[in-house]
Ligand binder design. Structure first.
Ligand SMILES: NC(=O)c1ccc[n+]([C@@H]2O[C@H](COP(=O)([O-])OP(=O)(O)OC[C@H]3O[C@@H](n4cnc5c(N)ncnc54)[C@H](O)[C@@H]3O)[C@@H](O)[C@H]2O)c1
Length: 270
């Protein structure tokens, strides 16, 4: 269903890797809601080629950018404004990667070069994106910036490894930069804390299926899907949420406020 919520709005969407990506679903929904946008991903991810299908489908261009490289981001923000014909109204940061997780390094035995790289990609990149947008005065007033996060920033999920620390940093950057973006440009900045979702990044977490099923059984509404996350993100890009800022918004079927559910109690009984 389409409500024309983003009619005339211009955006930048980071992180669509394949059809399962939360950013992919968000691009499809933003297109349906009347937005125009550019898609971007790291050059190595673009080589897989699937993003071109999304670009065609949503009538958008793809601009490569490694989100850890400020010069790539400067180029992206300039080109996006040229292509879209004006300043930007919404930005989705949907980027995450831990080298320690990928290479099976335990949290108590980190390779710090990898920890550093993961932090740069997953968290500091959000600061870099916003600093470039801010310096270049590229955002329209009442624009909206959203990054995706996970509840391991607040609570312990042992196999989430160093991504938990990256998400804590990311959420803090949203508040700290959100203050200046709000004061200086009337732009809002929020993070959405999403349920476990079967994507490429999600499935990298050890024991992901058990983790996902547990969350589903704990949540009164069940896990939120990638498409439902896209829908929620669209509301934050729309003019219906203009005074929501500096928030970490749980989109998790109620999981974050649960102690235990009947299903989990029953599963534990012998
Ligand atoms: N899947 C889950 O369970 C879940 C839950 C909560 C939050 N999230 C978050 O949602 C976001 C999107 O992840 P997803 O689940 O859609 O998985 P995904 O693997 O589809 O997306 C991750 C994206 O990050 C991109 N990326 C990696 N390094 C990059 C770099 N240097 N520059 C630019 N882009 C880079 C990848 O190419 C990919 O497109 C991430 O921040 C993730 O942590 C995911």
């Amino acid at each position: 269903m389409s409500y024309n919520l983003l009619k005339g709005k211009r955006g930048i969407i980071f992180g669509a890797l394949d059809e399962n990506s939360i950013a992919w679903k968000t691009a499809e929904r933003a297109h349906e809601e009347g937005a125009s946008f550019v898609l971007t991903n790291a050059p190595v991810a673009l080589r897989m080629g699937t993003i071109n299908k999304l670009a065609e489908q949503t009538n958008s261009e793809v601009i490569p950018a490694d989100a850890t490289k400020v010069e790539d981001l400067e180029n992206l923000v300039e080109k996006a404004q040229e292509i879209l014909g004006g300043k930007i109204d919404f930005v989705l940061h949907s980027i995450g990667m831990s080298v320690n997780v990928r290479k099976g390094k335990h949290y108590t035995d980190q390779n710090y070069d990898w920890t550093h790289k993961g932090l740069d990609i997953s968290a500091m990149s959000f600061h870099k994106v916003m600093q470039v947008l801010h310096k270049k005065e590229a955002m329209n007033e009442w624009g909206s910036i959203v990054a995706l996060t996970y509840m391991a920033a607040q609570r312990v999920f042992p196999d989430y490894n160093d991504m938990a620390d990256n998400k804590a940093y990311l959420e803090s950057v949203a508040r700290s930069f959100g203050y200046f973006f709000g004061k200086d440009k009337k732009v809002r900045v929020n993070t959405i804390s999403q349920s476990p979702t079967p994507t490429s990044a999600g499935q990298g977490v050890k024991g992901f299926t058990g983790f996902m099923n547990y969350a589903d059984k704990m949540s009164p509404l069940g896990n939120a899907t990638a498409l439902e996350c896209a829908d929620y993100t669209i509301t934050l890009f729309s003019d219906l949420t203009k005074k929501v800022t500096l928030q970490n918004l749980f989109h998790d079927g109620g999981f974050s406020n649960m102690g235990v559910s009947q299903e989990v109690i029953e599963a534990m009984e012998d």
